[in-house]
Design a protein around this ligand. Structure first.
Ligand SMILES: Cc1cc2nc3c(=O)[nH]c(=O)nc-3n(C[C@H](O)[C@H](O)[C@H](O)COP(=O)(O)O)c2cc1C
Length: 305
């Protein structure tokens, strides 16, 4: 028996539930030299903004115990160059494509999404709502249920593709944000984005990132991410994509058991670029060993005390 790894999110079928996480393999060009991207459930791009962004000056990454800190500052080529220079490469890849979109105003998200609408190969858009809103004094969209709902509702008015809202863990009540995203019209939720953190060089007394603080990712955040997926599962009706510290198939299985229907792999790509392929193989072996026909049969099946 070959276990079935197919999953469906918002009507879109994925050949397996393993995706890359935004920002951890750019637009996929380097990763395609390591393995055929067709082996992925989906490729998720770096966040795309309306104008190109150079990001923060270096150092913008720092290693921590069991993880890494980054404050890249959404460096990206901007939507126009993404369409003209990157899409020809992505169009040749036989994988599902999810484009992650960021912005500092609602209108920016809307304009970027409007330009992506007519590109056939883009299967879904993932909205990075962990972005400071310049109109609201830098408060992040995803920290506030009202702004979350509003930004998603405005994007949904123009976007003709399924929308994933990517949730931040840096909130008091992630269930309230998840419900607001559902209310606004999101089709899928992905969680979590990075956990706010910093690190200081004790010789120079300077933060290790020029942005002074950044986002913690990698194995250090897996327990946080699992608890957030568990908290949101069944509290709203949307399918979930689990993200945070997934290194191997065992990590992925934990997310499925807590309610994720798919997973994204981020920081692990810096250490093991072929991690997604090994996770897919590991999942197959695991399901076979457990005599389980489909990955869908383990979703949300954690046996709670
Ligand atoms: C270097 C780096 C850049 C990232 N850039 C983005 C980004 O542009 N947009 C976004 O939504 N998430 C971004 N993320 C967050 C990841 O997509 C993911 O949510 C997070 O890293 C947790 O997963 P992980 O522990 O597997 O890395 C970035 C993470 C890292 C490490």
């Amino acid at each position: 028996m070959t276990p079935d790894l197919k999953v469906t999110l918002a009507g879109v079928e994925f050949k397996n539930p393993v995706m890359t996480a935004s920002g951890c393999c750019g637009y996929g060009e380097e990763l395609a030299k390591v393995f055929p991207l067709a082996k992925l459930g989906a490729l998720v791009t770096k966040s795309i903004t309306l104008a190109p962004r150079p990001g923060h000056p270096p150092p913008r990454t720092a290693e921590t115990a069991s993880g890494m800190l980054n404050a890249i500052g959404l460096a990206n080529v901007g939507v126009d160059r993404f369409i003209s220079d990157i899409m020809p490469f992505l169009n040749r890849q036989k994988t599902r494509l999810i484009v992650n979109v960021a912005g500092s105003r609602i209108q920016e998200y809307v304009e970027v999404c409007a330009r992506l609408n007519d590109i056939e190969h883009i299967d879904m858009v993932e909205l990075n709502i962990s972005c400071p809103n310049v109109d609201e004094g830098g408060m992040e969209f995803g920290n506030d249920p009202v702004m979350t709902e509003k930004s998603i509702a405005e994007v949904k008015k123009v976007l003709r593709k399924p929308l994933i809202a990517k949730l931040s863990p840096n909130v008091t009540d992630i269930v309230a944000i998840a419900r607001a995203a559902e209310q606004g019209g999101a089709d899928v939720l992905s969680l979590i984005n990075s956990v706010l953190g910093t690190a200081i060089d004790i010789e120079t007394w300077r933060p290790r990132l020029t942005n002074n603080r950044g986002g913690l990712t990698g194995p250090a955040i897996k327990p946080i991410a699992l608890a957030k997926v568990d908290a949101v599962y069944n509290k709203c009706s949307l399918p979930l994509i689990g993200i945070g510290g997934i290194n191997d198939y065992r990590d992925a299985v934990e997310f499925f058991l807590c309610g994720a229907r798919a997973v994204q792999v981020g920081t692990a790509l810096f250490v093991y670029p072929d991690a997604p392929v090994r996770i897919v193989e590991g999942l197959k072996e695991y399901l076979k060993r457990k005599k389980i026909k489909s990955v869908n049969d383990i979703i949300g099946k954690v046996r709670k005390y």
